[in-house]
Design a binder for this molecule. Structure first.
Ligand code: PHE
Length: 465
């Protein structure tokens, strides 16, 4: 890859390391990876489930402190070592702890992309139904459960979505897809503002706005913190090796603090907009029933069609909405799968096609199990969860905290806070250095350990979720 061919999109790691052409290119690429199903599908359902305003408050605090410190660390470590996670950990030591630290970061995206593609499949199916004009049928509360429960239908849509992802990786036309998505992103924001405005002004919706924005302390539980932290990792693409890789592509002139701020603001704004589209709609169209608020992964697919069915031009809005969500999901799935492929290329020395095939095999195996877990494999429950929920829990609530802990140790015990600070200061003053050090040294490891233990305790049934 020649230098200068890069238009700002993230390129895969070939034998020679590519870099971003400009500061804006880097922010756009990270924002493009951050904004995905996590913001539009996952954030609203978690907020609805875990207490609304109190979840939002906990999320914002964690994002500004903890999330911030971790993004800065991962990016600085990537830029310092010019390596993706396995290599970055390996650059500091050869022991088993370093290998494990690197690999856990690298394995997480490989475990996320299969079930992510299942949800991508659901989105594709809904787009297809809107194109056929089935707006009223989709608004039926039981439509979604019928669809995922019915034999192999969800599996077929998952296969279609994954094939597109793999084809893009195989052909290496990733840049084209990212360019399209960058144009679509502003359209997504405008449409989201519009739909949120519509949804918030329906009769009865105001209760939902209050539920989402005003914290009620009696709704607080440990699970609020566990869920908010997992969501923060997921949404900002933290603790999955991605930011090491992105950091490794940037030059010394990129202001790490400033770009972290920009990405966090953008990502959170989209998540909040999605919350304002979906949660007020639960109150306006389902009377704010606790049952709907607890709907979990299906929430977006149940409430958004009701909003569209009540609009004059709902079919058009439905087509637009699901098309844009599909694009956001595709770019995220591609960047997750890409990270797996480049780990195989770099660590196993495989060529791109072989690496893509292995990634495809992983997606097919775990994704099919997740897709069928609501249908023919309905009887399979792992720790009481459906297969898809289990993968989500495994990555977000167990593996990501461990990966984040590994990064904390690498920063504080091995690389040293001063070296990270120097790396950041190459491009700007480190304005929040005091908070950064406090967090990395004390608060972050303690918080993560507590979160990890409560996740394990809840799985074992010692505390209730
Ligand atoms: N952050 C993305 C989301 O919110 C998920 C993702 C993680 C995408 C890592 C790419 C890389 O959906």
């Amino acid at each position: 890859m020649r230098e200068g061919e890069n238009t700002g999109a993230l390129l895969h790691v070939g034998r020679a390391r590519s870099s971003f052409s400009g500061k804006m290119g880097y922010v756009l690429a990270v924002a493009g990876s951050a904004v995905g199903l996590g913001n539009i599908w996952r954030f609203p359902y978690l907020a609805a489930k875990y207490g609304g305003g109190i979840f939002l408050l906990v999320y914002l605090i964690l994002m500004m402190t903890f999330g911030y410190a971790l993004i800065v660390s991962e990016t600085a470590l990537g830029r310092m070592t010019k390596k993706s996670p396995v290599g970055a950990f390996g650059a500091f030591g050869k022991g088993i702890a370093f290998r494990l630290g690197g690999w856990i970061n690298a394995v997480i995206p490989m475990l996320i992309v299969p079930y992510y593609s299942v949800i991508g499949g659901w989105v594709t199916k809904y787009l297809f139904e809107y194109l056929k004009g089935n707006t009223a049928a989709l608004a039926d509360g039981d439509y979604f459960t019928g669809f995922i429960g019915e034999g192999f239908s969800a599996e077929l849509w998952f296969l279609l979505f994954s094939l597109v992802v793999l084809a893009v990786l195989f052909a290496g036309v990733k840049q084209g897809v990212e360019r399209v998505s960058k144009v679509m992103m502003p359209v997504l924001v405008i449409l989201a503002v519009f739909v949120a405005g519509y949804s918030m002004t329906r009769p009865g919706a105001f209760e939902g706005v209050k539920y989402f924005l005003v914290p009620k302390f009696e709704d607080f539980s440990w699970m609020t913190v566990v869920a908010a932290m997992g969501q923060m990792f997921y949404s900002l693409s933290i603790a999955m090796g991605i930011l090491y890789t992105y950091g490794s592509y940037i030059k010394e002139d990129v202001d790490i603090e400033k770009s972290t701020n920009q990405v966090e603001i953008f990502d959170t704004a989209i998540a909040m907009l999605a919350g304002l589209m979906i949660i007020p709609a639960v109150f306006a169209f389902s009377g704010g029933e606790p049952e709907t608020l607890q709907a979990g992964p299906s929430l977006m697919f149940i409430t958004i069609p009701k909003v569209f069915a009540s609009m004059g031009f709902g079919t058009g809005a439905g087509v637009m909405f699901f098309l844009l969500v599909l694009l956001a999901a595709l770019t995220s799935a591609i960047s997750l799968a890409e990270s797996g492929v480049s780990t195989f290329e770099d660590q196993l020395g495989w060529n791109r096609h072989k690496a893509t095939l292995l990634m495809g095999g992983i997606i097919l195996a775990f994704g099919s199990a997740s897709a069928l877990g609501f249908g023919v494999l309905d009887f399979v429950k792992i720790l009481g969860m459906s297969i898809l929920d289990f993968f989500d829990f495994l990555t977000n609530s167990l593996l990501m905290p461990v990966a984040a802990l590994a990064t904390c140790f690498l920063v504080t015990r091995v690389a040293g806070l001063d070296r990270i600070a120097k790396e950041v200061e190459q491009s700007s003053r480190f304005r929040r250095k005091g908070m950064y050090c406090l967090f990395m040294r004390f608060l972050a490891p303690v918080c993560i350990a507590v979160i990890l233990l409560s996740s394990i305790a809840s799985v074992l049934g010692w505390i209730s979720m």
